[in-house]
Design a binder for this molecule. Sequence first.
Ligand SMILES: [Zn+2]
Ligand SMILES: [Zn+2]
Length: 255
Amino acid sequence: MRICLLASGSKGNSLLIESGQTRILIDAGLSARELRKRLALVGVDAESLNALLITHEHTDHVRGLGPLVRQLGLPVYLQTDLSRKLPDVGKPECVHEFVAGESFTVDDLTIRPFAITHDSLAPVGFSLSGEHGKVGIATDLGVATRLVVDCLKDCRAVVIETNHDEELLRDGPYPWKLKQRVRSNHGHLSNNAGGSLLQELLWDGLESVFLGHLSETNNRPELALGAVNKVLDKQNVCAPQILVGRQHLPMMWAA
Ligand SMILES: [Zn+2]
Ligand SMILES: [Zn+2]
């Protein structure tokens, strides 16, 4: 199994999940050209992708969606009704709609989309399970609900959000209204909130934790790591590898 966070942050998000022969891209928040380049950096030909899943319609998650699907004829899975809000993918037969809470399969992976709270139309996180185990992703969420915790349980690897440091956000340059949006229940998880979520996900099968969607303005990698290490230092259930997502460079876990 392998997870490659191709890009993570407010300027663009995309990640690759590989399980056996199945290769799934989640979100396409870079240009199609840049996405192909990042895939090549981790040894993957874009033509070999099986599907693209979309979490929500914000530009930092769908920038390359239209061109990528048109170029590759790639099946794209998205929440019902989202297709009307998204760039033209060119081939209607490529679009598969799902409903949060209802699982579907792509090759040998069972994918469960689950609702998260964020200021977009019906945003979701995903868990993906197959013969090599389960992985999960939830970024762009204002609060980690019970549902999010339940859906991310028993994962070998998780991608969670540590968007901002609360003090840097408070004292930083964002206008007041934007600060309120980020810290609201429909905004983004802080480092401490990400740490609290991780606390709920600890089990002896947890091998890797990606910290994602870090703000370049209101966070620093060492602060996100510090918040998460505070949680990990207090337990001896597991010792996962921690990887901080980067905007300009792929980060990878393979096992
Ligand atoms: Zn968003
Ligand atoms: Zn985002």
